[in-house]
Design a protein around this ligand. Structure first.
Ligand code: SF4
Length: 215
C-alpha cells in the first residue's frame, strides 16, 4: 500500500487555526484543479511512490509533539489517503488535511481535522466547489477562502450565508492572495461587514518569504 509523495518536511504550520505550531507536512502529488494563484505547481506531477509504513517512519523521525498535516496538490485524489490518515490516527497523531473542496470530504475518518478551501471566482476554479461539503463539515473543521478581488469577498459572504447556523464562523478563514490583495484592504472590508470570519495570513510566507518549498 503506497502513496505518491511530493515531499515530507517539518516546518511551522502557517495556514489554519493551528498556525504557529510545529508540524510535519506530507505533500501528496497531483491536483485536479489549476488555480490562477497556485504556489505549489511543482506538486502536480513530481513525486515517488512510498509505502505507508515508510511514510509513517519518516513522520515519526520528527519530534512527537508536532501535528501532522496531509496536503497537496489534492490529497483526496489518491485512494489510499484515508488509509494513511487512519493509520496516523491509530498511532495517536493529531492529523489535519488540507483539501481543495472539490471532492467528498466524508471519505476520511471523522477525527481528521479538515481544512477545506472554497475556491473563489478569481481562482477560475470555483465551479468545481462541491458545496455539499458544507453539510459534511463538523465544528472542529475549518473553511478557507483565498481572495484576490472584491468579487471574491462578496462570493465568500454569499457562501457563508449557506452554512448551517451552528457552524462556528471563527473557523472560517479569509486569506488574501499574496501580492494581489493587500491585507489592509481585506481587513477594512471585514471590519465593515462583521461576518464573524477570521483574517488569515500565511505565516510561513512571512517567516520565509524567499523559500518556495519545504515550508
Ligand atoms: S487546489 Fe491547491 S494545489 Fe491545486 S491548483 Fe489550486 S492552489 Fe494549486
Amino acid at each position: 500500500m503506497s502513496l505518491k509523495i511530493n515531499e515530507i518536511f517539518y516546518s511551522i504550520q502557517g495556514e489554519s487555526l493551528y498556525a504557529g505550531l510545529p508540524c510535519v507536512f506530507i505533500r501528496l502529488t497531483g491536483c485536479n484543479l489549476r488555480c490562477t494563484y497556485c504556489d505549489t505547481r511543482y506538486a502536480y506531477d513530481e513525486g515517488a511512490n512510498i509505502p505507508l509504513a515508510e511514510i509513517i517512519r519518516q513522520v515519526e523521525a520528527y519530534p512527537r509533539s508536532s501535528i501532522v498535516e496531509i496536503t497537496g496538490g489534492e490529497p483526496l485524489l489518491q485512494g489510499k489517503t484515508p488509509d494513511l490518515i487512519a493509520q496516523l490516527l491509530a498511532r495517536h497523531h493529531t492529523v489535519l488535511m488540507e483539501t481543495n473542496g472539490s471532492l467528498d470530504i466524508s471519505q476520511t475518518d471523522r477525527r481528521c481535522i479538515k481544512i477545506m478551501d472554497i475556491k473563489c471566482p478569481s481562482s477560475r476554479m470555483h465551479l468545481f466547489n462541491d458545496l455539499n461539503n458544507l453539510r459534511r463539515l463538523e465544528p472542529k473543521d475549518q473553511i478557507k477562502f483565498v481572495m484576490g478581488t472584491r468579487a471574491d469577498y462578496l462570493y465568500a459572504l454569499e457562501i457563508l450565508s449557506q452554512l448551517p447556523p451552528d457552524y462556528p464562523k471563527s473557523h472560517v478563514l479569509f486569506s488574501p492572495v499574496a501580492g494581489i490583495l493587500p491585507p489592509q484592504t481585506l481587513a477594512a472590508w471585514m471590519l465593515q461587514d462583521g461576518s464573524g470570519a477570521r483574517l488569515h495570513l500565511q505565516m510561513h510566507k512571512i517567516i520565509w518569504p524567499e523559500q518556495e518549498r519545504g515550508v
